[in-house]
Design a protein around this ligand. Structure first.
Ligand SMILES: NC(=O)c1ccc[n+]([C@@H]2O[C@H](COP(=O)([O-])OP(=O)(O)OC[C@H]3O[C@@H](n4cnc5c(N)ncnc54)[C@H](OP(=O)(O)O)[C@@H]3O)[C@@H](O)[C@H]2O)c1
Length: 227
């Protein structure tokens, strides 16, 4: 299978002016509104981001009910896109129903690896979650994204993840564009650099578009042109 089978992958984050993912107040409404304008067929959500989000959304994870074991009915026009979540460690065991129920997520597709425990695979199977096995330890994103294109017809995927997954996707050459909501704030000593975990040095970009909001936020969209 060739590179042409890879979906377009856009990294989308909200940062401070000094490129931090945390240490400032992020406007989550603006973050997700702009994410929607990028027109994703699916979102690639980091498992730590997902877990943090579930805890913020619900306070504590509610117990499962019988309906949580069934796939949502798509005929009723359920909201949102698919969420593709790499979770080879199974940290979302007992949590996935929060996303399935949320109304923001059409359903979850979990990326696991050959190293994922049989008990987590069983958890996914019993609840009818789609999953893709690739890679030996963590998921092999190139292979998994190609399968997503082939199996689900995903042509454009937008990320919702932190510096760990952002760095890995950049290093593996899977990113085509970067979309940032730049916040008028400086994180300073609390700076957690967006690509701080990347091993790349100078990745070249060309601007596609930008928009300034009355609040002082700026949306910038860049295409990767080379290394
Ligand atoms: N400001 C923003 O725009 C923004 C957006 C999203 C999140 N965040 C913040 O970012 C934080 C979470 O970010 P994070 O960096 O800790 O985690 P993350 O990016 O949400 O999750 C890490 C992901 O990387 C994968 N991974 C880890 N090591 C890997 C490896 N060696 N090879 C392949 N895949 C690997 C994990 O999959 P496995 O489970 O398979 O290991 C997991 O899905 C949260 O605090 C969240 O609030 C901020």
């Amino acid at each position: 299978m060739g590179k042409e089978m890879l979906p377009e992958l856009i990294i989308h984050n909200t940062t401070s002016l000094d490129g931090s993912l945390s240490g400032f107040h992020a406007d989550m409404g603006l973050h997700y509104r702009i994410l929607g304008t990028l027109g994703p067929d699916a979102m690639l959500v980091g498992s730590v981001t997902a877990r943090t989000g579930a805890e913020m959304f619900t306070g504590s994870v509610p117990p499962e009910e019988a309906t949580d074991f069934e796939k949502p009915s798509y005929d009723t026009g359920s909201a949102g896109t698919y969420w593709i979540i790499p979770d080879s460690r199974g940290i979302l065991e007992g949590v996935l129903h929060v996303f399935r129920r949320s109304g923001y997520c059409r359903d979850v597709i979990v990326l696991v690896s050959e190293g994922t425990t049989a008990s987590y695979i069983e958890y996914l199977q019993q609840r009818n979650y789609d999953y893709i096995i690739s890679g030996t330890d963590h998921a092999d994103y190139r292979q998994a994204l190609e399968i997503c294109n082939e199996r689900y017809g995903f042509r454009k995927i937008v990320t919702d993840c932190g510096s760990t997954l952002c760095g890995i996707l950049l290093d593996q050459g899977l990113v085509s564009m970067i979309s940032l909501v730049v916040t008028p704030a400086i994180a300073g000593k609390d700076c957690l650099c967006l690509f701080g975990k990347s091993t790349e040095t100078e990745v070249k970009l060309e601007p596609i578009r930008h928009e300034v909001f009355d609040s002082g936020h700026m949306h910038v969209l860049y295409r990767l042109t080379g290394r």
